[in-house]
Design a binder for this molecule. Structure first.
Ligand SMILES: [Fe+2]
Length: 221
C-alpha cells in the first residue's frame, strides 16, 4: 500500500487505486457483456449481478474498456492457491456505450496466508490476519490510465482493520438484495439475488505524464 500511495497518486474524480495483491493471474478468459463468471465454479456462493459504467473524469462513457476481475471462492481461497482451473476470474469487455455487466458470487472476507514469513510478520504486529470481502479489478481502456483497484462490501466486519491496509472509503460498494422475480428473469438470475451497481472512472493518459514530470521535485521535498 505504501508503493500504491507513492506510485498511484489519486487523480481527483478517478477511481482510487489499491493493492494488486498476489493472486492476479494473466490470461483469464475473455467475456462479453453479461458474462457468467460462476461458470465452472467448484463451490457456490451468494449470486450477485454486477453492472455499471466505465466513465471518464467528465462523466462521459469510455467505450470498449476491459475489466480484469478476480476474487476468492466461497471458502476464502483463490483459484491460483490450489491446483485446478481459473475460477471467478475473467476479462470482461465493456460495450461501446461504456456499460459492463457480469454474474458472480458476493465476495467474502478471508485470511491472508499465514504459514510463511507474512504470518510471522502479522503475528509480530499483534494485528489479525483477515481481509474484508472484496472483488479485485484492473480497468483499462485506450487513452486512459489503467486502475488497479478493489470493490469492498459495505457492512463487512473487517473494513476497519484490513490486514494489508487496503481499504479506501471511496471503494466500498453497496451490495443490495433484490427480490423481484421479473427483474431476476430479465437478468437471468435466481430470485432473490444480490446486485452491485458500480461505476469506474478513469483518468486520461495525459494526466499520468504530467504527474510523472513533477515527481523528481516531489521526491526532493
Ligand atoms: Fe483479494
Amino acid at each position: 500500500m505504501m508503493i500504491v500511495a507513492l506510485n498511484h497518486k489519486t487523480v481527483p474524480g478517478a477511481t482510487e487505486a489499491t493493492v494488486l495483491g498476489p493472486f492476479f493471474a494473466h490470461g483469464a478468459k475473455e467475456y462479453e457483456y453479461g458474462a457468467d463468471l460462476r461458470e465452472g465454479a467448484s463451490m457456490k456462493g451468494e449470486d450477485v449481478y454486477v453492472s455499471g459504467r466505465v466513465l471518464s473524469l467528465d462523466g462521459k462513457p469510455v467505450p470498449n474498456a476491459l475489466l480484469d476481475i478476480w476474487q476468492a471462492k466461497a471458502d476464502g481461497i483463490y483459484d491460483v492457491q490450489t491446483e485446478g482451473e481459473f475460477e471467478l476470474r475473467g476479462r470482461v469487455k465493456a460495450n461501446a456505450k461504456g456499460d459492463y455487466a457480469f454474474k458472480s458470487y458476493k465476495p467474502k472476507f478471508y485470511s491472508v496466508p499465514i504459514d510463511g514469513p507474512v504470518g510471522d510478520l502479522i503475528r509480530a504486529t499483534g494485528n489479525h490476519h483477515m481481509r474484508p470481502a472484496h472483488m479485485h479489478a484492473i480497468v483499462s481502456a485506450p487513452g486512459y490510465q489503467p486502475v488497479i483497484t478493489h470493490v469492498f462490501v459495505e457492512g463487512d466486519p473487517y473494513l476497519d482493520g484490513d490486514a494489508v491496509f487496503a481499504v479506501k472509503d471511496s471503494l466500498i460498494g453497496k451490495y443490495r438484495k433484490v427480490d423481484d422475480p421479473a427483474e431476476a428473469k430479465r437478468l437471468g438470475m435466481p430470485n432473490p439475488f444480490i446486485r452491485l451497481d458500480w461505476d469506474f472512472r478513469l483518468a486520461p493518459d495525459a494526466g499520468v505524464k504530467a504527474r510523472k514530470a513533477i515527481a523528481p521535485s516531489d521526491a526532493v521535498a
